[in-house]
Design a protein around this ligand. Structure first.
Ligand SMILES: Nc1nc2c(ncn2[C@@H]2O[C@H](COP(=O)(O)OP(=O)(O)OP(=O)(O)O)[C@@H](O)[C@H]2O)c(=O)[nH]1
Ligand SMILES: [Mg+2]
Length: 232
């Protein structure tokens, strides 16, 4: 199975130079970056390292996932963000899950053996909200083993599965939409425990409250849509 690694970036000039050197590029047959329109030199930095950079026409992680999938020549595609949150050692493990037959392979921050950025704090609002959204998706649509982290962006997908899911989310809700649609379609979802690290520099663009509202709207939309999302 041919493997493609897609690196995701948007204004990551502080983090990307620290992260890129730790990425096992040889784990994939093809590697390129998809960038959301960085204005801070990220694109020039990636190109200086010999990487092909696909430029998005419109911002958003959902847009980036679709462009990455369109450009990917591999059947197994892993998405990795260059902000330092994700453990690069898990990239080969995600590819392995896809090769073993998973349609969607998620690096989980919530399962046994995993670590969430908030686990060192007593008050873990983001984690609890994430767990609630995950519980609802499992209750409504999952007929297979419980999926512990429906939201993490660090994941791999088979190209054929992505096409069936036909996701149209533009921003940070893309991963939740993909997880929900994998469940609706009865696709095979596999998870590996991961360790979420703090950002390696720079700033997040995922603001909690607006992102939560977008998640609620998406959840409602997926309830209304049911299985009516193919071929759009
Ligand atoms: N290609 C692409 N990548 C994006 C876009 N928006 C965000 N990203 C990347 O997606 C990753 C996650 O975004 P963050 O803003 O860090 O969101 P987060 O990880 O939820 O927030 P933190 O935990 O604070 O880091 C980062 O590597 C961003 O550079 C986009 O429009 N296009
Ligand atoms: Mg981040």
């Amino acid at each position: 199975m041919k493997k493609t690694l897609v690196l995701l970036s948007f204004n990551e000039i502080e983090a990307a130079p620290k992260v890129l050197g730790t990425v096992p590029l040889q784990a994939a047959d093809e590697v390129f970056a998809v960038d959301g329109g960085s204005k801070d030199g990220t694109i020039a930095f990636l190109e200086s390292k010999g990487l092909r950079v696909v430029l998005q026409k419109e911002r958003g992680r959902g847009v980036a996932f679709r462009m990455g999938m369109e450009e990917a020549k591999g059947d197994a595609v892993v998405f990795f963000s260059l902000d330092g949150n994700e453990d690069p050692a898990d990239i080969p493990k995600l590819f392995a899950k896809l090769e073993e037959g998973a349609d969607l392979a998620i690096a989980s921050r919530m399962m046994r053996g995993a670590h969430n950025e908030e686990d060192d704090q007593l008050f873990r609002l983001r984690k609890w909200v994430n767990l609630a959204f995950t519980l609802i998706a499992n209750l409504l649509w999952n007929r297979g083993p419980y999926v512990t982290d429906t939201i993490n962006g660090f994941r791999g997908l088979r190209k054929t599965a992505f096409e069936k899911m036909n996701p149209d989310a533009k921003g940070f809700v893309i991963e939740y939409q993909l997880s929900i649609r994998a469940m609706k379609l009865g696709l095979k979802v596999a998870e590996i425990p991961t360790r979420e690290n703090p950002r390696a520099g720079g700033e997040s663009t995922a603001k909690s409250l607006p992102t939560g509202v977008v998640f609620l709207k998406q959840l409602w939309r997926e309830i209304v849509l049911g299985r009516d999302f193919a071929g759009r």
